[in-house]
Design a protein around this ligand. Structure first.
Ligand code: ZN
Length: 243
């Protein structure tokens, strides 16, 4: 499906996880030019980043129509973010709820920085759409994944860079079962299988253990969310309970 902005191109925030891989497929289905950007901020689950190139290559191989659209990949060193944050994503500490009610996997400013850097790069590359896997309905409780946060940021970026970026968040109102359904709609069972096997979600970076729903420890919040979503997808149900 080619939208009116197809020629303007898209930059996908691509971490190598299930959500951003689905966003990449979504963008490849809509835009004639799609580039990817990834961020290394010293996250514990760095293994996710190692999955990125494999996912890109396999997308191109399995879907010839997408191969010609997939452009450059950009890896950005954001180690400064890891250096200034004290969270369970960047330190070897237990994952738990913090005193302010947010999970301590929340990295303050992360998505704000990601989108800002992405916009700066997209400005240089002449790409208009910024595509991210932010989602309000997956119970993670991250305030920088909210629709309003992204809409406000779109306004701020456009004012601050005198540009007309559009922040696209195709997963915003989907649950994790819907995300698998979206993948199935975009690329059939082959895409579901590719995302299941090639992407990484586990917060602890566990890559040794392969489960029905993919690699991961099975216990951390990200694994539980992914497992529950995959099971609900297979059962044709919605994910209705927080993990
Ligand atoms: Zn895990």
């Amino acid at each position: 499906m080619i939208g009116t902005d197809a020629k303007s191109g898209a930059l996908v925030l691509f971490s190598g996880g299930q959500d951003s891989a689905t966003c990449l497929a979504w963008a490849l289905d809509r835009y004639e030019t799609v580039e990817t950007i990834g961020f290394d901020y010293g996250q514990r689950h760095r293994v996710e980043l190692d999955c990125r190139e494999g996912v890109r290559e396999k997308f191109a191989r399995a879907f010839p129509a997408w191969a010609g659209r997939l452009g450059d990949d950009h890896m950005i060193d954001l180690s400064v973010l890891g250096a200034i944050s004290d969270t369970a994503m960047t330190r070897e500490i237990e994952i738990e709820a913090a005193a302010n009610g947010l999970p301590n996997t929340f990295v303050p400013g992360r998505n704000l920085m990601f989108m800002t850097i992405a916009a700066a790069l997209a400005h240089r590359r002449g790409l208009r759409a910024l595509v991210g896997g932010m989602c309000e309905t997956d119970f993670s409780g991250y305030p920088d994944c909210r629709d309003d946060t992204m809409k406000a940021l779109q306004v701020a970026l456009n004012l601050g860079m005198q540009s007309r970026f559009i922040i696209e968040t195709p997963l915003m109102w989907l649950d994790k079962a819907d995300t698998w359904r979206l993948a199935e709609r975009l690329g059939g069972p082959a895409l579901v299988e590719l995302i299941r096997v090639e992407t990484h979600t586990c917060y602890l970076g566990e890559r040794g253990q392969f489960n029905d729903w993919g690699f991961g420890c099975g216990e951390c919040p990200a694994c539980r969310l992914r497992k529950r979503g995959y099971e609900a997808f297979l059962a044709g149900e919605q994910v209705t309970q927080p993990v």
